[in-house]
Design a protein around this ligand. Structure first.
Ligand code: CA
Length: 231
């Protein structure tokens, strides 16, 4: 898998390049928009990580340039600005995801993996729904039965994973690698604690309970089948 980073901040660019290389990706780095657009068109990477504020051609223009040339590779925007309008603009222009600086590398890696796993299957829904639980990827917002639920960044990632793969029992090791970018062979306590906290927010005071523990295996988020209608 080939990733192109377009980032003018030297430290951030170098850090991302090194981290993604260590994670096993082939990485190219462009320091400005013109170079980024050129490398994206020439190299046809599987993913472009694109800083919004770039000297010369900015991130929006790079993305427009790519789409104008019919290049549909996924684009993950990086921005120091946390305005909803910016995210909406990016996603309207055809970005696949949006990450606000400062972010942790593990968070970036989780997004990168999600996007690459999704592949080039075209645009994806920006709201995930299971029963009355909704997770809005665009606005980073979760509601249950219309009630807003405040989550930490990790809880949000954990819930996103559970919702994307709802109905599937996810082993703790998989959750650890996807959400924490770590391998917990022995210590799964971190995950248990996080799931307990998430469950308290998402399930307490609501019915039915959506997050289930499957003893000895892991966790699953699913809506139970509706009860048989009584005759
Ligand atoms: Ca920048």
């Amino acid at each position: 898998m080939k990733i192109l980073i377009v980032e003018d901040e030297t430290k951030t660019g170098d850090y991302l390049r090194q981290g993604l290389r260590e994670a096993g990706y082939a990485v190219e780095l462009a320091r400005d928009g013109a170079d980024g657009l050129h490398l994206a068109l020439e190299g046809d990477p599987d993913l472009v990580i694109l800083d919004v504020m770039l000297p010369g051609i900015d991130g929006w223009q790079v993305l427009r340039g790519l789409r104008r040339e019919g290049r549909e590779m996924p684009v993950l925007f990086l921005s120091a600005r946390d305005a909803v309008e910016d995210r909406v603009k990016g996603l309207e222009l055809g970005a696949d995801d949006y990450l606000v600086k400062p972010f942790s590398f593990s968070e970036l890696l989780a997004r990168v993996r999600t996007i690459l796993r999704r592949g080039r299957g075209g645009p994806e829904a920006t709201v995930l729904r299971v029963a009355d639980l909704e997770l809005d990827l665009l606005r980073r917002r979760v509601t249950r039965a219309g009630q807003r639920i405040e989550l930490t960044a990790k809880e949000f990632s954990l819930l996103e994973l559970l919702m994307r793969r709802h109905g599937e029992v996810l082993p703790r090791t998989l959750i650890a690698s996807q959400v924490w970018d770590m391998n917990f062979d022995s210590d799964t306590n971190v995950i248990e604690v996080a799931v307990r906290r998430l469950r308290a927010k998402v399930d307490e005071g609501f019915a039915p309970r959506l997050i289930q523990t499957v003893r000895g295996m892991g966790y699953v988020l699913e809506a139970p089948d509706p009860p048989e209608p009584s005759p």
